[in-house]
Design a protein around this ligand. Structure first.
Ligand SMILES: NC(=O)C1=CN([C@@H]2O[C@H](COP(=O)(O)OP(=O)(O)OC[C@H]3O[C@@H](n4cnc5c(N)ncnc54)[C@H](OP(=O)(O)O)[C@@H]3O)[C@@H](O)[C@H]2O)C=CC1
Ligand SMILES: Cc1cn([C@H]2C[C@H](O)[C@@H](COP(=O)(O)OP(=O)(O)O[C@H]3O[C@@H](C)C(=O)[C@@H](O)[C@H]3O)O2)c(=O)[nH]c1=O
Length: 297
């Protein structure tokens, strides 16, 4: 199938592009800056188009050129703290940008697969299902909820994929939080890590495979594609130290109250993946397996 992937330079987008290319799809990768990958050297079915999806004219031309059967929208302003501090930009990219993509996708009746987040929840309940009510506590979360609402109005086939704390070996571009922890440990640097925020860390390859299944099955609706283990970032850091056989003495557990972040993050996060397991045969690796895949030299 002919698939447009936005946010292809990003952590999630790069894994999605790789998984789709491996299955022989015709992939049009798109990001705001130049192509950060080397896929054009490996896959004849790969193309890259540089597009700012907040620019309606360039987006219109890109869609006219690609005429995608499927759009996987990974592009976003994805750093909650940045969104909290730059709310107009966050709204422009995460909400207005998504709206622009939806308007163009309607012209080609594309199947629209939208990436969303556990940060649309307030973290009171935890282990959220697809049916739980959203109540974002950060501006990032608010923009992602508004984007979901826009996708819900889309007239043609659509899927909303919620995920959480994506990690793994970066294919190119930025590293994940696990990579940051490993670097701090290897450099014997002190590192404060929150221990009161529960997450279901999701390996990028699992997420990408789940999205590929959604595309192949044209599975419409909301799906949680997350990891199966619930850990705090501090517990992830301890597991990383243990795997690397490095002392954890430089790791200090802190709380959301004492670790002053710009954006509030849900305390009891975590996504229940029972629906994806049932309907998509989605069976993610354990965090221990994911850690090994991420850190193996
Ligand atoms: N990472 C995570 O833990 C989680 C991510 N998600 C969601 O997954 C998606 C991807 O996240 P992630 O991979 O981490 O994000 P990254 O920050 O790694 O990548 C963001 C991507 O979006 C592109 N982009 C940003 N603004 C624009 C724009 N105006 N026009 C075109 N492209 C743009 C960037 O392009 P360029 O680099 O060229 O500027 C980049 O390719 C997001 O929707 C995020 O909300 C949800 C839950 C967890
Ligand atoms: C940098 C840093 C972060 N942390 C905590 C904060 C946070 O809970 C966790 C990860 O921090 P990060 O800033 O890397 O990630 P964070 O922005 O919290 O991750 C979020 O990304 C967006 C895209 C999402 O949609 C969410 O699902 C979530 O994955 O670790 C520390 O404890 N110590 C630190 O020094």
């Amino acid at each position: 199938m002919k698939i447009l992937v936005t946010g292809s330079n990003g952590f999630v987008g790069s894994h999605v592009v790789a998984a789709l290319l491996k299955e022989g799809h015709e992939v049009f990768a798109s990001s705001r800056t130049g192509d950060a990958s080397s896929f054009n050297k490996q896959y004849p079915t790969y193309r890259f188009i540089q597009v700012d999806f907040t620019d309606p004219f360039s987006l219109h031309d890109a869609f006219e050129f690609v005429q995608p059967e499927v759009v996987v929208h990974c592009g976003a302003m994805s750093k909650p703290d940045e969104c909290e501090l730059n709310q107009a930009d966050a709204y422009d990219v995460n909400v207005y940008g998504t709206l622009q993509l939806l308007l163009n996708a309607e012209t080609y009746q594309s199947f629209f697969v939208h990436l969303s987040t556990d940060f649309i929840f307030d973290g009171e309940k935890g282990m959220y299902t697809e049916d739980d009510p959203a109540n974002p506590i950060s501006y990032y979360g608010r923009t992602k909820k508004e984007a979901e609402d826009a996708v819900a109005e889309y007239k043609f086939d659509k899927a909303i994929v919620r995920t959480s704390f994506v990690y793994g070996k970066p294919l190119y571009g930025r590293d994940s939080f696990i990579g940051l922890i490993a670097k701090k440990l290897k450099n014997n640097e002190p590192f404060k890590v929150v221990n009161d925020q529960q997450r279901t860390p999701t390996h990028g390859e699992d997420l990408a495979k789940g999205i590929r299944t959604i595309i192949n099955k044209r599975a419409c609706g909301v799906y949680n594609l997350a990891g199966k283990d619930l850990l705090t970032p501090y517990e992830m850091a301890l597991a990383t130290a243990a795997y690397l056989n490095i002392s954890a003495h430089q790791l200090t557990p802190v709380t959301r109250a004492t670790f002053q972040e710009k954006a509030l993050r849900p305390l009891n996060g975590g996504l229940n993946i029972a629906k994806a397991q049932r309907e998509l045969d989605y069976h993610p690796m354990s965090f221990a397996e994911g850690l090994e895949k991420t850190l193996a030299e």
